[in-house]
Design a protein around this ligand. Structure first.
Ligand SMILES: [Zn+2]
Length: 246
């Protein structure tokens, strides 16, 4: 089973201790066009806190990838492991499109509140119809991050996304953006996470359309500071993965 092997490798990676390199790169899936979807762990896998950063999900909103690269290159944190996915949508980045190569808005393709949508927000033929969404789900259920940050553009705010408001508010303070509640979009990744893993928090950061080096540095520092402050070791058993996977 491809799934079992991939998941086993992921969990082995997450469980490696003592002497393991602080940073590990793994391919967590492939896009519609076969591009690898890469996750990099920066920090010891045994760290009590796990923070996942998705630099880009809409391919034409790629500024968060610069934050992701800075996080990958930074020194490991002492008490938190950062998991960094520069882009969940490499085909969309290559084509400068919002959706993946099927034209699917991946942030409408997750299995919570999914419904058919057309146009720019085309949600696919069903929840998790896309390999990129399935890779994200597999990664998230494998590592169970305490906090997940999804970067988007261009609204220049932190979205009150439905997780722990104190964490969202703190990140907004750290990065210097207002905390605003946008719509809870059907099939969005953060809504699915906040529903499926209620002890964790997932939220959206909307960078502005033009992102300078100062903001990239501030966002990088904000992620690292938040990771140092928050997290909840022992958030409970993993949600069963096998058997519900399409
Ligand atoms: Zn977006």
């Amino acid at each position: 089973m491809v799934l079992a092997c991939g998941l086993g490798a992921l969990l082995a990676l997450a469980g490696a201790v003592g002497g393991a390199a602080a940073a590990e790169r793994t391919v967590v899936g492939h896009s519609v066009q076969g591009r690898p979807i890469v996750a990099v762990r920066n920090g010891e896998p045994s760290a009590p806190e796990r923070v996942l950063v998705i630099g880009c999900v809409h391919g034409n909103e790629a500024a968060g990838m610069r934050v992701a690269r800075r996080l990958i290159g930074a020194a490991p944190l002492l008490d938190a492991a950062l998991w960094i996915v520069p882009t969940l949508n490499p085909d969309g980045v290559a084509a400068d499109t919002r959706g993946n190569a099927h034209g699917v808005d991946l942030n409408r393709n997750f299995p919570f509140g999914w419904r058919p949508l057309d146009g720019l927000e085309y949600s696919g033929t069903g929840a998790l119809s896309e390999p990129e969404s399935r890779a994200a789900r597999r990664l998230i259920l494998g590592i169970r991050p305490d906090v997940t940050i999804w970067f988007h553009q261009p609204l220049d705010l932190v979205d009150r996304s439905g997780g722990d408001a104190a964490i969202e508010r703190r990140f907004a303070q750290l990065v210097g953006l207002p905390l605003v509640e946008l719509s809870r979009y059907p099939g969005s990744a953060s809504s699915w996470q906040n529903h499926a893993l209620p002890a964790s928090t997932a939220f959206v950061v909307e960078l502005p359309s033009a992102v300078g080096a100062g903001l990239v540095a501030r966002a990088t520092a904000a992620v690292r500071a938040l990771a140092g402050e928050y997290g909840s070791p022992g958030i409970g058993p993993a949600i069963p993965i096998l058997g519900t996977f399409p």
